[in-house]
Design a protein around this ligand. Structure first.
Ligand code: NAD
Length: 361
């Protein structure tokens, strides 16, 4: 082997070693021991199931179906989201662990049904340690397909005996979480005349707008779909805002209900709000952005606490039990804000401490 070839091989080994070490050290740092991969080329399935914790019960968490630039990015997404699910279940007082499935969306999907049946087989092979549900890119109808191959599915459609769309319960929880934050920071017992800027008016954002409007809040809204915006303008007298301008709207609450990583280097200087509280998962691009919000005295309500309504809905499937869990969530938030104030740390760090304590780590 020539010198160049030898160099290339050692570079390759170094690169591969780095990837493996990154995976294992990332997994270890986040407390994982259990990550499963499945490749079924005949049905275009490339799936990752990350199980963060089963201490409180089977690991529940949605199934994300989208494009990823690299497999590493997909793995990282699964790990981050699964840990969030453990924390979410623990802080909501649910007997559930945390997990997440990530399915890599192929460039040309041939047969959606075959792919989701194959995913069902994958879940079944884990013997009930992971329970799947709807997440970005999947719907209750996909869960119906998965349910043909495994019973470990939450949130199948109502017509097939499932719990149906959890989004209205998520929206209700977000509204209650906003009330808890407003009470704590602004010392106000009602949302009357509180100005909320909502980014994303889909399954959660739209019912959230309805809930807030019913409580007397003023709304500024944006969405990539003009008809989603118009509906809120017509029904709730909301002020339409352009996609970029939403970050700098002067408001009491910014509610991200579309995308993750909206608190990042580009947006952090632009926020003109007192509180950030919304449904989107992984709102902080990196943890340091949570610290920066704290320095700017913007109260960031941890996403996995305030958006726990969806998980509560699919696990309990009972309106009065859901209501009592949501009330428990707002009490947890009040306690978290108090403890964070006393110790001088940001509430998102306090939330992680409280969750880790429940998980006994
Ligand atoms: P959705 O796809 O129904 O709605 C998202 C909305 O955001 C759509 O109307 C879309 O047009 C809009 N949007 C997309 N990109 C945008 C952009 N750049 N700027 C403004 N608007 C944009 O999704 P959803 O079910 O409403 O969930 C919203 C967020 O909440 C997601 O991050 C999801 O992971 C999270 N979440 C949802 C639930 C639930 O019960 N649905 C539970 C927990 C967390």
């Amino acid at each position: 082997m020539g010198r160049t070839n030898t160099q290339q091989v050692s570079d390759l080994i170094a690169r591969e070693k780095k990837t493996c070490l990154d995976l294992f050290s990332t997994a270890e740092a986040q407390g994982f021991g259990d990550i499963h991969f499945k490749s079924d080329p005949a049905n275009q399935l490339q799936a990752i199931i990350a199980i963060h914790s089963t201490k409180l019960g089977p690991a529940a968490g949605g199934c994300r179906f989208r494009h990823y630039a690299t497999t590493d990015a997909a793995i990282e997404d699964a790990l981050r989201l699964a840990r969030g699910m453990s924390y979410k279940a623990a802080l909501a007082g649910l007997k559930s662990g945390g997990g997440k499935a990530v399915l890599i969306l192929p460039d040309k999907l041939r047969d959606r049904e075959a792919l989701f049946e194959s995913f069902g087989d994958f879940i079944e092979s884990l013997g009930g340690r992971y329970l799947t549900a709807v997440d970005s890119g999947t719907s209750p109808l996909d869960m119906d397909i998965v349910a043909r191959r495994t019973k470990h599915v939450l949130g199948a459609s109502k017509s097939s005996g499932g719990t149906g769309d959890p989004s209205p319960t998520t929206a209700r929880g977000v509204r209650m979480g906003i009330e808890a934050a407003v009470r704590h920071l602004l010392n106000r017992d009602s949302l009357e005349d509180i100005h909320v800027a909502i980014q994303g008016l889909g399954h959660v954002g739209y019912p959230l707008a309805r809930e807030l409007h019913a409580q007397g809040a003023r709304l500024s809204v944006t969405d990539t779909h003009a008809d989603h915006v118009q509906r809120c303008v017509d029904e709730f007298n909301a002020r339409p805002i352009t996609l970029e301008a939403i970050y700098s709207v002067e408001c009491d609450v910014f509610a991200p209900c579309a995308l993750g990583a909206v608190v990042n280097d580009a947006t952090i200087k632009r926020f003109n709000t007192r509180i950030i509280a919304g449904a989107a998962n992984n709102q902080l691009e990196y943890e340091r952005h949570g610290n920066l919000l704290h320095e700017r005295q913007i109260l960031y309500v941890p996403d996995y606490v305030i958006n726990s309504g969806g998980l509560i809905h699919v696990l309990l499937n009972n309106p009065s039990e859901c209501e009592s869990r949501l009330s428990h969530m707002t009490e947890t938030l009040a306690e978290m804000f108090e403890q964070a104030d006393q110790s001088g740390i940001p509430p998102f760090r306090q939330a992680a401490i409280m969750a880790e304590n429940i998980l006994g780590r």
